[in-house]
Design a protein around this ligand. Structure first.
Ligand SMILES: Cc1ncc(COP(=O)(O)O)c(C=O)c1O
Length: 375
């Protein structure tokens, strides 16, 4: 594993407290433009905002003609609509009070089309009743389980056609297609990933034919994340929507596991040496409240300045490293850290410093890290 980061002027670095998340604007723009090249057209993209949760990134997408967006929380949906997105997919089956919150969003942002995912009749009927009572129409994508076993129904489920057909007959609903998320396809080799996607595709297409034969249109297939982005991008079905999230910022995890992807890390944590507790030890101020802790301990970040250091202690505010090069580091030294998983890392920060040409250009707010904005 080896990644580099653009430099930050030392006069600027000295004003950034640690730990802080910084975004490298040139890298971010290169990733967005690389995604557009891969997608071939902005209309094929429906990027997932969970990676950044920031209005300013959505504005960059809108400037590039990308109007369809994907979200995993109601707060992300609200951030998207508020930033100007006109087509928002809440890819998280709404149940309980979230049914009413989606209706509130549709009322608050009438120029934005809202779609949700669904895999069960009970919340679907609740959504229909609430939407028709409020006089709004909500799109519904049937959530498919292609082997990830997280949510969705398998395409061969005998009731799948009838469930999807309800979106065509119940008031207040609009059949919007299928949600085809396959986060379990993580083959390192692109050819193997392509083969896995090709093997599951006939199951999706067979269900689509059955639903259409039953009279329900299937206007879109919202497919994949970052690993399978190149696989779906290479297919020519005009209803495919490409839904990568992570590659907007990219991270050391995907950079290591999917070497074919033409993206580079655009976000990093500024951390500092706070102690040298033993001859072979360096302690940094990047605990597990400053970087995502879902990767295993010892592999939660890549440190370009000390790639071989063993990440031995990781507590709330401390990272204890063991390295034969410890003597090269003194308290106060800045050490940059590239998170292994950037999405939960962004969610740990209120604001990020945006670096351009080595200088702090501005600060962006991580708006939808909160669970609730106004709705
Ligand atoms: C439903 C859904 N769609 C899209 C994505 C984006 O995937 P990635 O993070 O691989 O870009 C995710 C990621 O968790 C997801 O859960």
């Amino acid at each position: 594993m080896s990644f580099t980061l653009p430099a930050i002027a030392s006069s600027e670095l000295s004003t950034i407290p640690s730990p802080s998340l910084v975004i490298f604007r040139e890298r971010l723009l290169a990733n967005l433009d690389g995604m557009l090249v891969m997608a071939k057209s902005p209309s094929r993209l429906r990027p997932h905002c969970k990676t950044h949760k920031m209005e300013q990134v959505i504005k960059l997408w809108l400037e590039r003609g990308v109007t369809k967006h994907k979200a995993a929380t109601i707060a992300e949906c609200e951030m998207l609509a508020d930033a100007g997105a006109t087509d928002v997919l809440f890819a998280y089956n709404p149940v309980g009070p979230n049914v009413g919150r989606i209706i509130e969003l549709a009322k608050k942002f009438p120029r934005c089309a809202f779609t949700v995912t669904n895999d069960h009749e009970r919340p679907l009927r609740e959504l229909s009743a609430a939407a028709s009572a409020a006089g709004v129409t909500i799109g519904v994508m049937l959530d498919l389980n292609l082997g990830m076993d997280r949510t969705g129904i398998t395409p061969e489920t005998p009731t799948a056609v009838a469930l999807y057909s309800l979106t065509n007959t119940l008031p207040g609903l609009r059949p919007a297609g299928f949600h085809v998320y396959d986060g379990h396809q993580r083959q390192m080799n692109l050819e193997e990933r392509n083969a896995a996607v090709a093997a599951q595709w006939p199951r999706v297409i067979a269900l689509r034919s059955q639903c259409e034969a039953a009279g329900a249109k299937v206007p879109a297939l919202a497919c994949g994340g970052t690993p399978t982005f190149p696989c779906y991008a290479a297919m020519d079905d005009p209803t495919i929507e490409l839904c990568p999230g992570t590659c907007v910022f990219h991270d050391a995890g995907y950079g290591t596991n999917f070497p074919d992807l033409p993206f580079s890390p655009a976000a990093a944590v500024v951390t500092r040496v706070i102690s040298r507790p033993a001859a072979d030890r360096v302690t940094l101020d990047i605990g597990n409240k400053a970087v995502a802790a879902d990767p295993p301990r010892g592999a939660r970040m890549f440190l370009p300045a000390m790639p071989d250091a063993v990440q031995e202690i990781h507590s709330e505010e401390h990272l204890g490293l063991v390295t034969p090069h410890a003597a090269q580091f003194q308290p106060g030294d800045v050490v940059m850290a590239i998170p292994m998983h950037i999405c939960p890392t962004s969610a740990l920060y209120d604001k990020v410093a945006v670096i351009e040409n080595g200088q702090i250009k501005e600060y962006w707010t991580v708006t939808s890290r909160n669970r609730k904005l106004t709705i």
